[in-house]
Design a protein around this ligand. Structure first.
Ligand SMILES: [Zn+2]
Length: 289
């Protein structure tokens, strides 16, 4: 990712809320280079996570970490000569990686000890998971990854297909974004922000969106997520200030969590509505489509 400098070693990315795609991507960037090539020496498990590991921990000994990729909110740790680990942070998970970590605490439920350091999953609510699969094509991995939409920051996310996907859906646009079938990783905060930037009312039905508006929304989704990843990098670099304070990175939110405050573009008070038990924020004057 352009513009991202790796944070100092040993940092723990702490989130107060559910990690979204940008947080997962920044987590990946924080350790992927350092763990690449490491030899797995031992796996330690804590309490059960959302899904079982799917193999005996000893089976991972002697494998080598090849690379760490991301698909949606999963981190994929490729192993050599076979297999991969699919890691998900769930509602409250965070990963740390360093040569030396303090002794495991009661909320540390997975540790991969390697020749380059320990990768540790801290997850108080235990909705996260680490799952072994023999390959990305096998049923275990397929079950988790198969239904994910395209990556918003990748080349496969293109305007025409996005618009066709919107056209085919009668549900309100915000639900389509959160659903993750058209495009992954647009969580609650980023959905409000992207719709604001595109000038689209969150209650509009997806099929009513014009091609031109779909193109604006497409660009807005990429902008908002890419900015959040960049912000995440700087948050990690200034970590002594940010520790425990920022759930989501200090995204320059223009509407999210700004109910009643003046719109930064037109001064109209920002409105909050609830859609499927989640808050949505929008500007009634700027978002008219
Ligand atoms: Zn406005």
């Amino acid at each position: 990712m352009e513009g991202f400098e790796p944070p100092p070693p040993g940092l723990v990315l702490t989130t107060c809320c559910m990690p979204e795609l940008p947080e997962v991507e920044v987590t990946r960037l924080s350790f992927a280079d350092r763990i690449a090539g490491a030899l797995v020496q031992e796996v330690r498990l804590g309490k059960p996570l959302r899904w079982p590991l799917g193999c005996a921990p000893q089976q991972l000994q002697g494998l080598r970490v090849q690379a760490v990729r991301r698909r949606g909110k999963y981190l994929l740790v490729d192993l050599q000569p076979r297999g991969l680990l699919l890691m998900h942070l769930g509602m409250s998970g965070s990963l740390s990686f360093d040569r030396h970590l303090p002794p495991a605490g009661r909320h540390d439920h997975f540790e991969l000890h390697t020749s380059e350091g320990i990768l540790r999953l801290h997850d108080p609510r235990r909705f996260g998971a680490v799952v072994y699969a023999d390959s990305q094509d096998d049923p275990v991995a397929g079950k988790l990854l198969a239904r994910l939409g395209v990556e918003p920051l990748g080349e496969d996310f293109e305007v025409e297909a996005f618009w066709r996907g919107l056209k085919a859906r009668q549900t309100v646009v915000k639900q389509v974004l959160l659903g993750g079938e058209l495009v992954v990783g647009v969580g609650n905060i980023y959905a409000s922000e992207a719709l604001f930037r595109a000038g689209i009312r969150p209650t509009l039905r997806a099929h009513q969106i014009s091609r031109a508006r779909a193109a604006r929304l497409h660009a807005a989704i990429r902008e908002v997520l890419a900015e959040a990843v960049r912000q995440g990098g700087s948050t990690l670099r200034d970590f002594s200030n940010a520790l425990g304070e920022s759930g989501h990175f200090q995204l320059g939110a223009r509407v999210y969590d700004r109910e009643g405050l003046p719109c930064l573009d037109c001064d109209a008070p920002i409105k909050r509505i609830v859609q499927q038990q989640r808050s949505t924020y929008y500007c009634p004057r700027c978002q008219t489509f």
